[in-house]
Each structure stands twice: as structure tokens, then as C-alpha cells.
Ligand binder design. Structure first.
Ligand SMILES: [Zn+2]
Length: 191
């Protein structure tokens, strides 16, 4: 097959060379609220072609590779005294797999347990192309599986305004959980 990034012949859908060079993750920090941060591994521009490709929408291989390069490495280097839950935001499936569940799964490690199906959006309206005001007026209205007194890392694939993440943080904190930070694959606002 051909590598979907460089189009050279490769045994992998993304060749080793592209994984080690073009897709080497960075660490972008954005403050969403006082003392609450989101961290992203890529800018949206870096991944734009991949995220818009059929490989992203119709298969999980591209996303699995990206998740291993970024989320898995993060978990391997992350130390924390307490046990933490990794919770994907709105991990219902589209095209038979859930983007956020694939990312959250790679955080699984000594201190981090992945918890699926906690946050389900009742409102699955598309935010793309809408401004912050529209997003605020059309909340995700998450249905939350009850968990209490946990330390949590929220996981999403893309952050734009941060509205969804802040909404998820709020509903979890209503049940006495502590959301430490959020992790996203890509940030649409950092260039
Ligand atoms: Zn390549």
C-alpha cells in the first residue's frame, strides 16, 4: 500500500519515516479557564489532510497510529500519586468506531484507567462553522453515567473554542469529581 501522508510505498498506512518526522507530536498548552488547561499534541493544520481523509472517517488505523504516537507516549511519561480515570468525551460510534474512545484507550497505564460511555451528548448538533455564541446556546447536554470523587483526564479529538470540554468538566464536577486537565489530539486555534 501507499503511505497516506507521503504516498511512498509502505507496509503501514503511515510509514515509519512519516511517523518519526512529520507526525512527531508536540505539546501545545491552552488555558480554557483560570488554572484549567488543555494540552494538544498537534495543530489542526498539521493533521488537516489526515483528519479530512477517508482513512480517518472509515477506518481506525490512522487514528490508532496517531493515538500511539501521542496519547500513549504521554501516559508513559505521566506520573501521578493517585489513580486517574481517562474519560473520552461523547464516545458514541460513528462509522463503527469512536474517535475519542480510541484516543482515551491509549492512556491506559499504571495509574490511568479508561472509562467508556460516561459522557453521552444528547445534542449531537454539529458545531463546525458556528461561532462561540451559537455553541454556548446549543450545549451538548451530556447524559452522565454517575461517578464520584475521581480524578479525571478528559479526552477529545479536536478542540476549537473549548466549550464542549468545559461543559463536560462542569457536569463531572457536579458529582464531586476533579477534572485535572483535558487532552486533545489537535488544536484548531494554535498555528
Ligand atoms: Zn510516509
Amino acid at each position: 500500500m501507499k503511505c497516506v501522508v507521503c504516498e511512498q510505498w509502505s507496509f503501514l498506512i503511515i510509514c515509519k519515516n512519516c511517523q518519526e518526522t512529520l507526525l512527531k507530536p508536540s505539546f501545545y498548552k491552552r488555558e480554557l479557564k483560570k488554572d484549567f488547561f488543555n494540552y494538544s499534541f498537534y495543530t489542526f493544520l498539521e493533521l488537516e489532510n489526515l483528519l479530512l481523509s477517508k482513512y480517518y472517517f472509515y477506518g481506525d488505523r490512522v487514528l490508532n497510529i496517531l493515538a500511539k504516537l501521542s496519547f500513549k507516549k504521554f501516559a508513559q511519561n505521566f506520573n501521578f500519586d493517585d489513580n486517574i480515570l481517562s474519560i473520552p468525551i461523547d464516545d458514541h460510534t460513528r462509522h463503527n468506531f469512536s474517535h475519542t474512545a480510541i484516543l482515551a484507550r491509549q492512556l491506559s497505564s499504571k495509574n490511568i484507567t479508561v472509562k467508556y460511555n460516561v459522557l453521552k451528548a444528547r445534542n449531537i448538533i454539529k458545531y463546525a462553522g458556528h461561532d462561540l455564541n451559537y455553541r454556548k446556546q446549543n450545549k451538548r447536554n451530556f447524559k452522565v453515567k454517575k461517578i464520584h470523587n475521581k480524578s479525571i483526564i478528559l479526552v477529545d479529538d479536536l478542540i476549537t473554542t473549548g466549550t464542549t470540554i468545559l461543559e463536560a468538566k462542569k457536569v463531572l464536577e457536579n458529582d464531586n469529581n476533579k477534572v485535572l486537565f483535558s487532552l486533545t489530539l489537535a488544536d484548531a486555534k494554535i498555528y
